[in-house]
Design a protein around this ligand. Structure first.
Ligand SMILES: *[C@@H]1O[C@H](CO)[C@@H](O)[C@H](O)[C@H]1NC(C)=O
Length: 285
């Protein structure tokens, strides 16, 4: 039974997440712009992603697609290494407030997740100064989350953990929330690492506000010790050192490593099960 359970656990782990993770309700001012990140399972890395507009998914209309040109109002970009596609809506109006982040799947229902924009005439109920924040390795960043609604405050990493009122570990750093000033809570992430880059969000009550954090390394140019004639090797060295927004996220080779570890655990579990079955069969005779 335990073997079966572990088998199931490993199996679900192997197949990955079958859904999209995003924020659910974001406050935006009329005429403003908003970027929403949508996290997807690794099995959808090479699929077409799109933003769909409408309350019901069955009758929503395409707003942006990764295999089509972006428009002035809607844009979409897919960061395959982070497994996050980001949709941006410009000149937000109260006419359309329901959207779907979706992954196209041939001959099957598309995987999707909705989000809602709470469009306000004046200041939004939850906002930040800028949805893009940058920092340096070992340094700190602070983000002000302005609000005028009630409810719990949190700082979360998309698809991962959250920090509540006190401090806690988040994105490989220490995150602290200071709420001593009314109508704003300040998040500090200290001891930044390259892998702290990514999408986070402020939470206040029912609302969320996404913030993208980019951590830059010290500019260091390292030459390979043994010069290789292959171009690919050279670029590989430079890209692994270059501070990019995708820095520190699991690379395909990491996934391969995780996959092979899981595969060997699975093989071991199957062998143990077979062994137990063999013993039981032998003694029951
Ligand atoms: C929180 O912020 C206030 C105002 O900026 C500051 O005076 C206070 O020392 C901070 N508290 C902590 C625990 O950092």
């Amino acid at each position: 039974m335990a073997a079966l359970l572990s088998f199931l656990l490993i199996f679900t782990g192997l197949t990955g997440i079958h859904s999209i993770t995003t924020v659910s309700d974001v406050s935006v001012k009329t005429g403003g712009s908003i970027s929403i990140p949508c996290l997807y399972g690794s099995q959808y890395r090479n699929h077409v992603k799109y933003l769909c507009e409408g309350y019901y998914f069955s009758c929503c209309t395409y707003a942006a697609k990764t295999n089509q040109q972006n428009s002035k109002k809607f844009s979409i970009s897919d960061d395959k290494s982070q497994r996050i596609f980001t949709v941006t809506i410009n000149d937000v109006s109260g006419a359309n407030t329901y959207y779907w982040c979706a992954v196209e799947i041939k001959n099957e229902g598309d995987v999707r997740q909705y989000f809602h924009l709470s469009v306000t005439g004046d200041r939004p109920s939850l906002s930040v100064d800028n949805q893009k924040v940058t920092g340096f390795i070992g340094g700190d960043i602070t983000i002000n989350c302005y609000y005028h609604n009630s409810g719990e405050m949190k700082w979360c990493k998309l698809g991962s953990s959250c920090v509540t009122t006190s401090s806690g570990s988040i994105g490989g750093t220490t995150g602290t929330i200071n709420a001593s000033v009314p109508n704003v809570f300040t998040v500090t992430m200290s001891g930044l690492k390259l892998e702290s880059s990514g999408w986070y969000y402020c939470v206040k009550g029912d609302l969320q506000m996404p913030v993208h954090v980019t951590v830059f390394g010290r500019p260091s140019i390292t030459k390979p010790l043994t010069p290789t004639p292959e171009h690919e090797n050279l670029t590989l060295v430079f890209t692994s050192e270059a501070p990019t927004a995708q820095g520190g996220y699991p690379s395909p080779s990491d996934h391969l490593k995780i996959f092979s570890i899981r595969l060997s655990v699975l093989t071991f579990a199957v062998m143990v099960t077979l062994f137990i079955w063999f013993i039981v069969k032998r003694y029951s005779k």
